[in-house]
Every structure is written in C-alpha cells, then in structure tokens.
Design a protein around this ligand. Sequence first.
Ligand code: DLZ
Length: 163
Amino acid sequence: MATKNHNLSEYDPTKVPSGKGMRFGIVVSEWNEGVTESLLRGAFDTLMQNDVAPEDITVMHVPGSFELIYGATQLAKQEVDAVIAIGCVIRGDTPHFDYICQGTTYGLARLNTEQPKPVIYGLITTENLQQALDRCGGKHGNKGDECAITAIKMVAFKHQLPL
Ligand code: DLZ
C-alpha cells in the first residue's frame, strides 16, 4: 500500500523491462466500481506505456473481490503470461470486511504457489471511500499502475529463470 514517502504511480523506468510481446489477463471486481475501474484504467494505460499491445491484454469482470480468486484461476489457464487481480474492499459495519479481505488475499496468494503464472495483488482494502479514492488516482497515486509494473517485472523474472 501507499506510504507517506511512496506514491503508487511512481517507478524508475530504467528498472522496467519492455513489455513487448507479453500477454496479460486483468480480472476486475464490480464492487466499488468507481474505484476498480480507475485501477483498471491505470493498469491498462501503464501496460501500454511499457510496450504491451492492447490486443495482448484480456480484461474480464467478476461480481465482487471474493470472486477474484476464481476469475484469476481461470484467466491464468488462458494464453497469458501473468494475471492482475483488481478489487476494492471498504470496511462496513459487519465482519464481512475481514472475511473478504482475508479470504481473497489468501486465495490469491495460494494461486502464486499452486500454478506457474504470476498473479498480482491489486486489492485495495481501506477504512473508507476517501482512502480508496486516494489510491486509485488520488494523492497516493494509482495502485493499478503499480500492479502493471509489478506484472511486467514478474514476467521478466520468469523469463530469466534457468529452467
Ligand atoms: C458482500 C461484499 C461486501 C459487504 N463488501 C464488498 C466490498 O467492499 N468489496 C468487494 O469487492 N466485495 C464486497 N462484497 C462482495 C463479495 O466480494 C462477494 O462478491 C460476495 O460475498 C458473493 O460471493
């Protein structure tokens, strides 16, 4: 997440390999759509700014963040090199927040060990809407941008593995 000295949209371009020829799946939750669509836009634009062709980006939507686990699992089986999972959970008055955050985080984390393609964690979990807006293009930048850069770096990482 963003910290006082870290803007989510800032990166050192000299440390980012070209995304030319890389293929990405992006799965996006419809809950808190205003936030998640801004995250998607950030991720999509940043991939393109780093040489990924728009036709090499597959975008699919799921109803809520909890469904990102299934969505990412299925997208990872397609012709993509990595998957970005985008969602936004805002604390409400029920324990739902904790269950969804924990379940989704655990599910996405597990995917990174149970199948070979990188799955990037683009889940924003905040106390309120303002904190979410601050992280989808507001004062802390856009977590979608960060996810795109991470995805490119992880595909390059995989390409460098000896086997
Ligand atoms: C039910 C629910 C609630 C209360 N809050 C959110 C939220 O803030 N963000 C989000 O992405 N999804 C939320 N959901 C929906 C769940 O993720 C899920 O779609 C439903 O529990 C159905 O499985």
